[in-house]
Design a protein around this ligand. Sequence first.
Ligand SMILES: Nc1nc2c(ncn2[C@@H]2O[C@H](COP(=O)(O)OP(=O)(O)OP(=O)(O)O)[C@@H](O)[C@H]2O)c(=O)[nH]1
Length: 297
Amino acid sequence: MVFRSGFCSLVGRPNAGKSTLTNALVGSKIVITSDKPQTTRHAVRGIVTRDDAQLVLVDTPGLHRPRTLLGERLNDVVRSTLAEVDVVGFCVPANERLGPGDRYIAAELAALRAPVVAVVTKTDVASKRQVAEQLLAVTGLGDEHGGFADVVPVSAVAGDQIDLLAGVLAGHLPEGPLLYPDDVTTDNDTESRIAELVREAALEGVHDELPHSIAVTIDEIRRRESGLQEVFATIHLERDSQKGIVIGFKGSRLKHIGTTARRGVEALLGEKVHLALHVAVEREWQRDPKKLDRLGF
Ligand SMILES: Nc1nc2c(ncn2[C@@H]2O[C@H](COP(=O)(O)OP(=O)(O)OP(=O)(O)O)[C@@H](O)[C@H]2O)c(=O)[nH]1
């Protein structure tokens, strides 16, 4: 039997379902998802190990036309990531018509050496007819750009065709050995996973521009003499007005964020954790190269 291994990147416009699909493929929660666009800031790797292949997934932020400096950096990250992967999964939701965003991405992908597998996502929220029409539309879009290697409909939420997709993606990898031990599902470091859990909790139920303005840094992780694990994190915002939203009446929302995030961190570390959150306003951090550097972008 031939064993294959290599890297795969899932791309698609914001909200296309990339993070959820990554989680479904990997089978454990490693990437934050949210119903707000552009919540994925870091390229997080998930690792799918099968009998016949090992697929290392690089989850990328939404590929979109740059608006702010942050947007430009995201696209740089996306482009340099894409140049290195062996196969690309281009995600398009089954329940939304193809738009300019999809066309823009399809045109970008045509320049890559890697084969592109089109993935029609969220089939559980589309009718059979909608799915069939989307498969045709996506195939047509591919034909305008030299053709997609495969077109696969999936539902990450219902778990439909996820295994099949993993097999299709793996089939496009070169022959090669295991790149990571077979019991590893992610090589993302603990610190950034904790930061993501805090950010995810802070984003919960927020209905405005806030998601684009939140970054989380981990200031310190230390063990008290009593043995209790302590984590100190800062939530960075862009404007004073956002502070009220995050902190809430008499600190109630911040407390809720802390409780939610702590549960996730405890599950991640497998022990009780004391999580201390601090909120800081960094004016216009998205547009300031120095601040972007400091926040790790
Ligand atoms: N019903 C259904 N919803 C889905 C499915 N996959 C994703 N979603 C939802 O679609 C929304 C966006 O999913 P994400 O996985 O965060 O999308 P993304 O492409 O990573 O988004 P960005 O990080 O903004 O680029 C979330 O509310 C998901 O719960 C699916 O298979 N079925």
